[in-house]
Ligand binder design. Sequence first.
Ligand code: 6CS
Ligand code: FE
Length: 299
Amino acid sequence: MTTAPERTADLYPTRGTTEVATPRMDPVVWSEPGAPGPIEAAVLADYERDGFLSVDQLITPDEVDMYRQELNRLTTDADVRADERSIIEPKTDEIRTVFEVHKISELFADLVKDPRVVGRARQILGSDVYVHQSRINVKPGFGATGFYWHSDFETWHAEDGIPNMRTVSVSIALTRNYDTNGGLMIMPGSHNTFLGCAGETPKDNYKKSLQMQNAGTPSDESLTKFADAHGIKLFTGEPGSAVWFDCNCMHGSGDNITPYPRSNVFIVFNSVENEAVEPFAAPVRRPDFIGAREFTPVR
Ligand code: 6CS
Ligand code: FE
């Protein structure tokens, strides 16, 4: 097991006795202006302002079919279902998520290395990157539950020991994202304020939080202030579309009671200059398949 370096100063306190807002102290876009990469300058400027950018077609329809078949293969494989990296839907007993999909599947391993994917991550983070987390979310129809409002960075800082906001996620749609089937919602601009949540992290928190997050969720009062200040954007799109969003965006998604699954592949890139250390606000680390402890740059 790799031993993490000593913990750095905690810029973003969270999970104490009270909720506390801290202004963001990190850049949003870490590369120098004009640095080469697949994202145009104007789009990158919008990402800086909003905390997200969407791509109408990141992968082709043929590629979507290939990845959706791979998702179906994985989520109907008994060994995958029995693997601790699979999370089951609490209501329907179906597979909700399979973590570390870039290690389980050659196809998803290739997707991570694809220049359209890793090239955008390097451009946003201004460095080489490694995969902090990957997952496929099935979000089947007829009752799959959503994810309550949260900042991913709040969890990755508190429980995985990621020191700074130099981490970006991409959600690539493998089915159609309607405005009715539990799509991703982000509060534009919310990435500029870190909301430290009240309440200590229970031991083995991940065993529950990945089905229904509790520790690390903001108060109604703060969410109301955020929503009033920033608004809420719901992402819809065709299969193959993608949303890139900063690690500290306040986001969530609703339940999916329609017949139409909202499946995606979700990859989290962290800068190699921002390697995870010890958790900042949790008694123990989460398992490596949720928060990587190998920092091998994506090549
Ligand atoms: O805890 C995590 O790492 C995961 N939880 C949510 C709700 N979003 C991001 C991440 O995949
Ligand atoms: Fe999230």
